[in-house]
Each structure stands twice: as structure tokens, then as C-alpha cells.
Design a protein around this ligand. Structure first.
Ligand code: C2E
Ligand code: MG
Ligand code: MG
Ligand code: MG
Length: 275
């Protein structure tokens, strides 16, 4: 049976006219199963302050698929969207990440939320209940949304977000600068943190345009009271330049790759307990 071979390609086209999309449907069902049976995983990547101290971690979704290997969010998220599973996925991710982080010492846990469910009435309240149920101090929780998702948030959801903020939960604008909004709209976005997308990071400090853009964004964050985290920091040169420009915190391979929970505990959390 071609669809069971796991490539998603049509091997014997005339036996099953719609084989390619059948494969997709299978994968969607498998995702539904994985969600219901804890078959998904989260990897954790450190957030680091200007002194090199680890102040938190971002939870990043992975799907260890038995035949297809480790599937990344760029495969899993669109599949979840097609299967109408985004809201459930967000709940699973938040519940799982908080259950993990509540066992750590006082560092932050950043969790990505999908745009569409956050527009649904009740979803943010549900997420708020998950924060309560986890027993974690809400001040340790960062919820990441894209600027497009934030700007499209209906009024009712803005209220729900306000409640979360009052409880101490921080919101971060993910991939800042890649949306269609103008920088001036930062003022209107109910978030405390912006995460500068890694496409803005200059390859070298001779890249004057990139430097000028980052400088402008950092200045804007100062003016609007947002904390600014740089994503995708890979080299010391980038870190030094970002420090010079006044970035508040970093995330990237220079400081640590995303790793499974057990490895994060062994390599990062153990070190925190010792300091
Ligand atoms: P993001 O939230 O902007 O996450 C940062 C992405 O950059 C991650 O990709 C991370 O592995 C990658 N990255 C980290 N450091 C570096 C670096 O130094 N260099 C480079 N080149 N890349 C780096 P990943 O894990 O593939 O996630 C991609 C996107 O998928 C995330 O972007 C986020 O938007 C989304 N995503 C991840 N996990 C979840 C989740 O649990 N739920 C939802 N709704 N979306 C998620
Ligand atoms: Mg993120
Ligand atoms: Mg990001
Ligand atoms: Mg990004």
C-alpha cells in the first residue's frame, strides 16, 4: 500500500487516484493520535541576558515520528491547522511546557501560541486556567505571538490577554519586523517583550543597513518600554554588536541549541542549581 510507505508520494497512481492527499490525511490522523497520547515533544532553548546568565527557555515543538523522523514545526503547524487541531495543540504545548518548567528553579518559560486559536472566544481563558493548574508563578510565563496575530486580536481576547498580564504573564511579539505592521504600531500592541527576528541580524558589523535597522528597533523599544530579545544569535561578533546596540537578551545557537527536556535539565538546570 503506497500510502503506508511513508513518503507521501504516489507510487501506484492508478490504484488510488487521490493517493497524495490520502497520505496527508493519514498524517493528520497520526497527529491527532500523537496529540491525544503525548506522542509530541518539546525541545528547550536557553534565553540569555547580557551578562551571559540563563534567564529562561523557549519551548519548541517537535514530533518524533516513528517513520518520518523528527518533524519540525514548519511541517507540524500547517498540518495541525488543516486538521483544525491548533487550539488543542496550543493547550498541549502550554500544559507540557509548564509541567516541565515548574520543576526548574526560577527561570522563565516562553511558549509559542498559534494565531487563529487566540482569536477564538474562550481560548485565552482556557490557557489562563492551565497556568493556574500548573502551579507555576505566572511571572515566569512568557506567551509568544506574532505581530499579525496580536494586531488581529478581537477586543474580547484583548481583555482576556489583559487578565493574563495582570496576573504577571508576559506577552512577546515573535519574529518582530517580519509582519506588515509599521513600527509605530508597537505602541498599540499589548506586549512587554519583542523578539527581533533573526533575518535582521547582520552577517558582519560591516552590514550597515542591518545595524541601522536594529539600532532603530532598540531605540523604539526603549521609547515604548519593551524588552528586546534578539533571536538566532550564532556568532560572537553578532552578540558583541547586539550588546553594543543595547539589546536586553539573546537566544541562539551561540548560547545553546534546542534540546529535549531531559538534556536541558542535565546540562542547564543542573548548572543553575549549583550557582
Ligand atoms: P520562533 O518562535 O521564532 O523560534 C525560533 C526558531 O529559530 C526555532 O525554530 C529555533 O530552533 C530556531 N533557532 C534558534 N536559534 C537559532 C540560531 O542560532 N540560528 C538559526 N538559524 N535558527 C535558530 P523551530 O524550532 O524550527 O521553530 C520554528 C517556528 O515554529 C518558531 O519560530 C515558532 O514560530 C513555531 N513554533 C515552534 N514551536 C511551536 C509551538 O509549540 N507552537 C506553535 N504554535 N508554534 C511553534
Ligand atoms: Mg517563538
Ligand atoms: Mg521567534
Ligand atoms: Mg523567528
Amino acid at each position: 500500500d503506497a500510502k503506508r510507505r511513508g513518503t507521501g508520494r504516489v507510487a501506484i497512481a492508478d490504484t488510488a487516484p487521490d493517493n497524495a492527499s490520502t497520505g496527508q490525511l493519514d498524517l493528520e490522523d497520526e497527529l491527532r493520535d500523537a496529540l491525544a497520547n503525548d506522542g509530541l515533544a518539546l525541545h528547550y532553548q536557553p534565553l540569555v541576558d547580557v551578562h551571559g546568565r540563563i534567564t529562561g527557555a523557549e519551548a519548541l515543538l517537535r514530533w518524533p515520528h516513528p517513520q518520518r523522523g523528527m518533524l519540525a514545526p514548519d511541517v507540524v503547524i500547517p498540518l495541525a491547522e488543516q486538521g483544525d487541531l491548533l487550539a488543542e495543540l496550543d493547550r498541549w504545548v502550554l500544559r507540557t511546557a509548564l509541567a516541565e518548567a515548574v520543576t526548574w528553579p526560577e527561570i522563565d518559560i516562553a511558549v509559542n501560541l498559534s494565531g487563529p486559536p487566540t482569536n477564538e472566544p474562550g481560548q485565552l481563558e482556557t490557557l489562563s486556567k492551565l497556568v493556574t493548574a500548573s502551579g507555576i508563578d505566572p511571572h515566569r510565563v512568557i506567551l509568544e505571538l506574532t505581530e499579525t496575530a496580536l494586531l488581529e486580536l478581537p477586543l474580547l481576547q484583548q481583555h482576556a490577554m489583559g487578565h493574563l498580564t495582570e496576573r504577571g504573564v508576559a506577552f512577546a511579539i515573535d519574529d518582530f519586523g517580519t509582519g506588515y505592521s509599521s513600527l509605530a504600531r508597537l505602541r498599540e500592541m499589548p506586549a512587554q517583550i519583542i523578539k527581533l527576528d533573526r533575518t535582521f541580524l547582520p552577517a558582519t558589523d560591516a552590514d550597515e543597513t542591518s545595524v541601522a535597522i536594529i539600532r532603530a528597533i532598540v531605540d523604539l523599544c526603549r521609547a515604548t518600554g519593551h524588552r528586546c530579545i534578539a533571536e538566532g544569535v550564532e556568532t560572537r561578533a553578532q552578540r558583541d554588536l547586539l550588546a553594543h546596540l543595547g539589546i536586553d537578551a539573546y537566544q541562539g545557537w551561540l548560547f545553546g541549541h534546542p534540546v529535549p527536556a531531559a538534556e536541558f535539565r542535565r546540562t542547564v538546570i543542573t548548572g543553575l542549581r549549583r550557582r
